[in-house]
Write a protein that binds this ligand. Sequence first.
Ligand code: UDX
Length: 446
Amino acid sequence: MRLTVIGTGYLGATHAAAMAELGFQVLGVDVDPTKIERLQQGDLPFHEPGLPDLLRKHTSSGRLRFTTSFEEAGAFGDVHFIAVGTPQRSGEHGADMTYVDAAVTELARAIRKDSLIVGKSTVPVGTARRLQALVAEEAAPGLSVDLAWNPEFLREGYAVEDTLHPDRLVVGVDSFKAESVLREVYAYALDRGTPFISTDFETSELVKVAANAFLATKISFINAFSEVTEVVGGDIRTLADAIGYDARIGRRFLNAGVGFGGGCLPKDIRALQARVSELGLDRTMSFLNEIDEVNLRRRDRTVYLVEEMFGSLDNVRVAVLGTAFKPNSDDVRDSPALDIAARLFSAGAEVAVYDPEANQNSAKRFPRLTYCSSLVEAVTEAEVVLVLTEWDEFKRLTPESISDLVSGKRIIDGRNILSADRWQDAGWMFRGLGRRVEVEAPILSA
Ligand code: UDX
């Protein structure tokens, strides 16, 4: 069985390399020739732990190739995975389906043998059924071209592990044949006992957005309690630990801080609301609006904590540690950390930024921040240090290591990873999101 993967971003490149690892002949397809050129050389254009090795291994073994040609893909593949992006539409909440529609149309026209198209992108419910009709229209007469939906749950930073060892496989199918092809593709996981959920198109599409909406809700739930502990006193981490011991709740995704970002959670909860409204269910997902708002308020709060320290942000030297939306990633899409850095800059601060992997992507979005090549460089002469992404390097940060470098001993822990006592004992003013609020008066700038 030969596979193609259309779209070679975080999802597609990982899926392509993982499928090659499992022994399939794989052709990766993208409309961006520069990206394809790099991938063909075994050079991954983004940061994802473990993926560069897998990519090089299989571009060398010959099991994994890349092309920009849909003609080549259509002649090559028995199974075609669609892994292109569905970003938020500009100025709206709904998902932009341009890339999915274009990929499926071009592919269907280029297909030269009986085959199965498998959508992996996150899409509004109803998309698979619409695309099934589109494929029937566009594919050459006489060919049997089937469609299935197979949402992907991989997390950036763990993409290889999640793809090779998924915790469940969900397939939306409309024929026994499609299901049996997918069982063959995923035989390795099925042999290991991975739950395989075969369902209709609509359920499979909804599973994905339901999972992400639930995760977003969990994060905003604990962040809403942060707002309370900040006012009444209390410690959000202890609260999360305590409720997390209840197995019905669970501790994961209860880390309070600057909130969720990335290419999935924020846009998926917005697209879900938009889709459900289109279906006439205006109120059904309106709680997601609150989830979004709680999330965005964490960014306001972080900016406020700095304002509270200085009164005015004019020319205040701020060090921002971390701009990626989460550690082990160079992704800055909808990153709370980068948003906060940019807002501090807009309010007049001088912002020195350091992220172990995301400086380059951040600079493309906000070229006017000062990008530093090390933590030491970023904090030197800073009047306040903000830790906004929980990279291991920042978790290990100690007051002793930077006290002599900064010009003001003030730190804001946006991810609840530092010990307040330790920093305060070393003479630092410490602020955390959801942590006990200090009673001392704000320090006004001279
Ligand atoms: C998410 C889903 O987890 C994944 O299943 C789906 O396929 C794609 O979307 P990802 O975007 O890679 O994955 O990141 P995730 O690990 O879910 O984190 C999302 C955001 O939530 C990050 O900004 C992270 O910092 C934040 N987060 C996560 C918290 O603020 N607190 C937590 O407790 C967990």
